[in-house]
Each structure stands twice: as structure tokens, then as C-alpha cells.
Design a protein around this ligand. Structure first.
Ligand SMILES: Cc1cc2nc3c(=O)[nH]c(=O)nc-3n(C[C@H](O)[C@H](O)[C@H](O)COP(=O)(O)OP(=O)(O)OC[C@H]3O[C@@H](n4cnc5c(N)ncnc54)[C@H](O)[C@@H]3O)c2cc1C
Length: 420
């Protein structure tokens, strides 16, 4: 534990324990879920420093970072596992951690990816080499191992996980948020200082009524499946079938996307007379709502590699907009490495609220590059740190001194953008 962490823990945090994610006791042959005192209690009230909503690509990293800083952290995820699009969507091919021959994103996201590849005896790219095609340096990752390692790291960081739950209402009560979550058999009232919305579609931001942007026609989603050959986790790409019109905005549109995707796969099975060997449980959604941020990253900012004054992370990927005609990635010019400003994670006019992941404040084309997994992880770590520091200081993320945020991120292994 770093000096920063210890002193910070001493100074600031709420006492008491949460209903832990780490209650699974395993032996070689079987797994026992330890009885939880609150398991039969339908109504729970708890206080935390940081509430992360959405345990996907960005949210898991945000929660681990906040937990490692000693913040009492709860991670609410409406599905049954962590990883989001990387695991439930099956897109376990994170990019890009490198640009022009060197690593530009590291930290907790890289730690998780690296450890899952090593445990799986897979291959890590050599970032010293500039690849011919951008995806050559994306990392084949075992989605199943990745999801379990996320849980292990949450438990080690003291992050409590609440699966199958989502916020129903969010209100301001004095200096805190009151977030009423619902799950089957559970109603949970969370009082927290900071919220990090990592739902992909900025759903908490929507509940609070802050403006969000959404295109009339969004990029297609994709259903991931394997026909005729087995999926070898961490070794091969899963086949992808476009689901045009896929919309993750609400349960009705998401249901429609899943039904349409599975219907198309069934047609394919009948047409091609091949065995269905693998099918992810839901559509991977590329695009839904983005926030109107205090800063909006434009495609010009992105393709020119603008260094924002409040840059908290690098990003790197071609501009990558999928349409009905397919996708033609537009690579960045040699030497260009975009940055992500903290203010693009702050919904305009809000306080004590951040987003991380694909819903950051950005125009559509910038977003088509910024939405990739390594960039989401970078944002997640920065948002988790900013939220934890703000909770500890009784301030809001934009009041956290940037130098303190940068120093904290560096201490936790992240690469922070520096001026050339
Ligand atoms: C088909 C497809 C292919 C892609 N290919 C690549 C690729 O090869 N490499 C790459 O790097 N990137 C790729 N991307 C982009 C990248 O995967 C996503 O943009 C990124 O993973 C999004 O991360 P996120 O954290 O914003 O959202 P997600 O990872 O989707 O996480 C959001 C999480 O929030 C949860 N959630 C949502 N709403 C609520 C709620 N109200 N309450 C509680 N929980 C909630 C969800 O269940 C989910 O777990 C691809 C995307 C798609 C869809």
C-alpha cells in the first residue's frame, strides 16, 4: 500500500462493512457460497463514499481504483458478472494500450488484461513494434477468466458488488446522493458522496435529467457466436453478426435487439447447416447515449491529438464508425495520440457525478474512436480516482487538484498524458 493510500484511508473513510462480493469460499472440487446475514433482508440501507453504477469495461476499473484508495465503494451491476461488453457481450479483444511503439495506457485495466492472458498462457503483444494493422496489437483475452479476475480484484480492493440491481431513482439529500436501487427480492437505498456512471448509456445521468445525446440512427450492434467451429477463449475472434437498429436505451429496445440477433443466427444455422458452437447471452451495443459534458471532445480534437489542459488519460484507435455498409477505420496520422479531458467525464452543470466509458462527452466521430476498451479502462481509472479523492476531501471531482489526481494515477500504475 502506498503512503498516499494509508494516510488517505486514515483521514477519510466511513466505517463498517458492506455485503461483500468476496463471500465465495472455494475448494478444489466444489464451491460454497457463504451465508450472508442480509441475504433474506429485502430492504437494505447503506452509506458508501463512491457508488459505481455499471460493472463493465470502465466501471470495474473505476470501482477497483476507488477501493484501492480506501474509499468505501459499492459496484451495482444489472447483469450477473463483471466486464460488460468484454464478457457478457463477448468482445474480449481490448485495444489499444499502445501507440507508435510505446505503451500509452497501463494501470488497473492493463493489470487485469495482462494477468488474464498470463494465467491463460496466451500471448501479449510487443508494444515496441508498430503494427501494420491497428488490431494486431489488440489483446486476445479469455472473457471467462477476465470476469472472474475482475471479481477477485474487487474483493481484494474491498469493493462490494451488487449484481442484478439497478438504480430506480436518484435524489440529492444534503451533501449526499440517495440512490434507490432495485433487484429481484432486493430494494437497496444507497447514500453516497460520489456517483460514477459507467452504464454505457449514461443511465444515471438520464435519471437525474442532465442532457444526453443520441443519434437518430446508431451504429449497429453485433451478436457474437460461433458456427461450425468452437470458440477458443483468448485465442480466436468470435464471429460477429450485425444487429442493425440495436438500441440499448431501455429494456424494450434491448429485448428487440436480442430477439432479432438470435433470430438471424437461427436462420444462419438453418441456411448453412452448421452446428451452433457458441453464443453470447446478449447483443454487444456500440452506441447509445453520450453525455453533454463540461467539455465535448470533437473529432478534430481527436484526430489532431489535442492535449487537453485537464487530460487524464491517453486514447488511441482509428476513427471507427460502423454503418449499414460496414466499417472503414480511418487511422490516426503518425505520431498522433489523442487525450481525454476530465471535463468530458463531467455531465454539464453537475457536481459529485462522473461518467466513464463509451458515454463520455464527445461528438459522434470522436466517440467512434474513444469508445474502445483500453480507453474506457483509462477513463474508468481516472474517474474512480477523482471520485475517491473528492469523496475524501468533501469536494467535487473538478475541485480535486489536477496535480494530486495525476500523482495518484501514477502511483497506481497509470500513464498520465504529458506535454511533448
Ligand atoms: C460488437 C462490438 C465490437 C467491439 N469491438 C471492440 C474491439 O475489438 N476492441 C475494443 O477495444 N473495443 C471494441 N468495442 C468497443 C468496446 O467494447 C465498448 O465500447 C466498451 O467495452 C464499452 O465500455 P463501457 O464500460 O462504456 O460499457 P460496457 O462494457 O458495456 O459496460 C456497461 C455495464 O453497465 C451495466 N449497466 C448498464 N445499465 C445499468 C444500470 N442501469 N444499472 C446497473 N448496471 C447497468 C451493463 O450491464 C454493463 O455491464 C466493440 C464494441 C462492440 C459492441
Amino acid at each position: 500500500m502506498t503512503k498516499n493510500e494509508t494516510s488517505w484511508k486514515r483521514r477519510h473513510f466511513l466505517q463498517g462493512s458492506l455485503i461483500g462480493a468476496g463471500t465465495v469460499i472455494s475448494s478444489t472440487s466444489e464451491t460454497t457460497v457463504a451465508a450472508d446475514a442480509a441475504a433474506d433482508t429485502p430492504e437494505i440501507t447503506e452509506e458508501v463514499d463512491v457508488l459505481v453504477v455499471g460493472g463493465g469495461t470502465a466501471g470495474t476499473i473505476a470501482a477497483i481504483q476507488a477501493g484501492r484508495l480506501g474509499a468505501k465503494t459499492l459496484l451495482v451491476e444489472r447483469n450477473s458478472q463483471l466486464g460488460g461488453t468484454m464478457t457478457t457481450g463477448g468482445v474480449a479483444f481490448p485495444g489499444l494500450f499502445d501507440a507508435w511503439g510505446k505503451q500509452i495506457i497501463a494501470g488497473i485495466g492493463w493489470e487485469l488484461v495482462r494477468e488474464s492472458v498470463e494465467l491463460d498462457e496466451g500471448e501479449l503483444p510487443d508494444f515496441a513494434k508498430v503494427p501494420q494493422r491497428h488490431w494486431h496489437n489488440q489483446v486476445y483475452t479469455n472473457q471467462f477468466l477476465y470476469a472472474i479476475l475482475c471479481e477477485e480484484k474487487c474483493a481484494a480492493a474491498g469493493v462490494a458488488i451488487a449484481y442484478y440491481e439497478f438504480p430506480r431513482s436518484v435524489t440529492r439529500v444534503g451533501e449526499r446522493w440517495q440512490v434507490d436501487c432495485v433487484g429481484f427480492g432486493t430494494q437497496r437505498r444507497v447514500l453516497c458522496r460520489q456517483i460514477v456512471d459507467c452504464t454505457g448509456g449514461a443511465e444515471v445521468v438520464g435519471l437525474l435529467g442532465y442532457p444526453r445525446l443520441r443519434e437518430e440512427e446508431r451504429q449497429p450492434g453485433s451478436f457474437l457466436y460461433m458456427l461450425g467451429e468452437a470458440h477458443e477463449p483468448g485465442r480466436n475472434q468470435i464471429h460477429r453478426l450485425y444487429v442493425h437498429g440495436a438500441d440499448s436505451s431501455n429494456s424494450r429496445t434491448a429485448t428487440a435487439a436480442n430477439l432479432a440477433g438470435r433470430r438471424s443466427i437461427l436462420e444462419k444455422v438453418r441456411r448453412e447447416k452448421k452446428r451452433l458452437m457458441h453464443l453470447q447471452p446478449e447483443t454487444g451495443f456500440r452506441e447509445s447515449y453520450r453525455i453533454e459534458g463540461e467539455t465535448m471532445v470533437t473529432v478534430h480534437d481527436y484526430t489532431s491529438g489535442r492535449h487537453f489542459d485537464d487530460a487524464i488519460s491517453y486514447a488511441f484507435y482509428p476513427v471507427d464508425l460502423h454503418t449499414r455498409e460496414g466499417v472503414k477505420p480511418a487511422p490516426l496520422k503518425p505520431g498522433v495520440v489523442p487525450t481525454i479531458p476530465l471535463r468530458a467525464l463531467v455531465p454539464k452543470g453537475s457536481r459529485d457525478l462522473l461518467v466513464a466509458g463509451r458515454c463520455l462527452g464527445s461528438d459522434r466521430l470522436a466517440n467512434s474512436g474513444l469508445r474502445v476498451q483500453a480507453s474506457c479502462m483509462g477513463m474508468g481509472q481516472a474517474a474512480g480516482a477523482a471520485a475517491a479523492l473528492a469523496a475524501g476531501a468533501g469536494s467535487t471531482p473538478l475541485e480535486v487538484p489536477l496535480a494530486e489526481l495525476h500523482a495518484t494515477l501514477r502511483e497506481h500504475g497509470q500513464i498520465v498524458p504529458e506535454r511533448a
